[in-house]
Each structure stands twice: as C-alpha cells, then as structure tokens.
Write a protein that binds this ligand. Sequence first.
Ligand code: GRF
Length: 208
Amino acid sequence: MNAHRPRLVVMVSGNGSNLQAILDACEYGWLGADVVGVVCNKAGVPAIARAERNNVPVVILEPLAGEPRHTYDIRLRAVVQNFKPDVVVLAGFMRILSNQFLEHFPSRVVNLHPALPGELPGTHAIERAFAESRDHWRTHSGITVHLVLDEGVDTGPVLASEVVPIHIDDTLEIFSERMHEREHVLLVQTLSDLCRKISSLQESESVL
Ligand code: GRF
C-alpha cells in the first residue's frame, strides 16, 4: 500500500450504493485512496454485505435503548479513530453527528446530501423534491457534497454540487435512480480531488 494513499472510513445506515461506488472506484484506480473501514449504525442492512464482499472491516455500532446522542457519539468516535482515517465519509449515514464526534475530525468529515446546497435538509429529500415537482413548481433538485463542521443538518462548506432535472413524465423511481447515478459519480470525483490534495500535502510534509 502506498504510504500516501489517504485512508477513508465510510459511515452508512442502509443500502450502501454510494459505498459501493467508492469501493469500486478504489479498486479500479479512479480514486487514489483505501477504504480502511466501514461503520454502520444498523444491523442487517445491505451496506454491510457490500463491505464484507470487498474484504473491508465493518463495525456495526447500534445505539443502546435510550442512549443519549453524545454518549453514542463518544463510542462512535473511538471506533472511527481506531481506523486512523484521513477522511470520514458519510454516505447515507442517517444520524446527526454531535460535536463530541466532529471536533475529533476537524474538516475531515464529508457528507453527501441529495439536494442542492441549503435545500431540503433532513431525511427524504428525494421524495420531497419529487412531491414538489408534482405541485408544478419544482423542475429540478440536485446533489451536494460538503464538509461537516458542526451539528447543522446538511450544512457546511460545499465541495461540489450538481443540478439534477426532474422531468414531467418521471416517476419517483426514475427520478431516484437518476439522483443516485449522479451521486455515485459526484461523490467519487469529489473524494478523488480531496484525496489528491491530502496526498500531495502528506508528500510535501514527509520531505521536510
Ligand atoms: C443517498 O441518497 C444519500 O444522498 C443520502 O442517503 C442515500 C444513501 O443511499 N444521504 P445509499 O445507501 O448510498 O444507497
């Protein structure tokens, strides 16, 4: 393994199609990084099998009944820190992270949000955008990849975003598929740019 290949930890909660895009991109050399760990907050979801098929270590860390958010986040932070990540990728991780977690990985947490910057924060953004389009006033939505600096929901400095059209004859399934296809490409491209920057920074530090 190249000493300067950034180490990614991918955090997931469900299907894991974006995790798969990252794993494939690493395997085919489109993304100069290694997924060193996957962390999932839900047992039995398809993302876990995707990681296992790619021989990536997976930790399933479910919240305990009634566990406060900050207590869970302290446990989560220990698990993630164990992988010594350069970048933590939230690829469909359906929990809001508190400062107990975030301050441990400053400017190193990247989130994928299925809407344009500042739009439709929270869950079901694809379904909400589609419903608005059926009310005849929304013609597009989009996707955003951004840094997570604080506890704001789907906010933070934008690394990349892209408009995704909603066509008049779309069904929710067709629109969702278009969104996911674009997410897979934009997330990999953005991580690739970020990892290139991290690699060159690490290289220049190592020659000093
Ligand atoms: C994606 O639409 C992502 O933008 C959102 O959750 C979904 C996860 O999809 N945050 P998958 O699990 O990667 O298939």
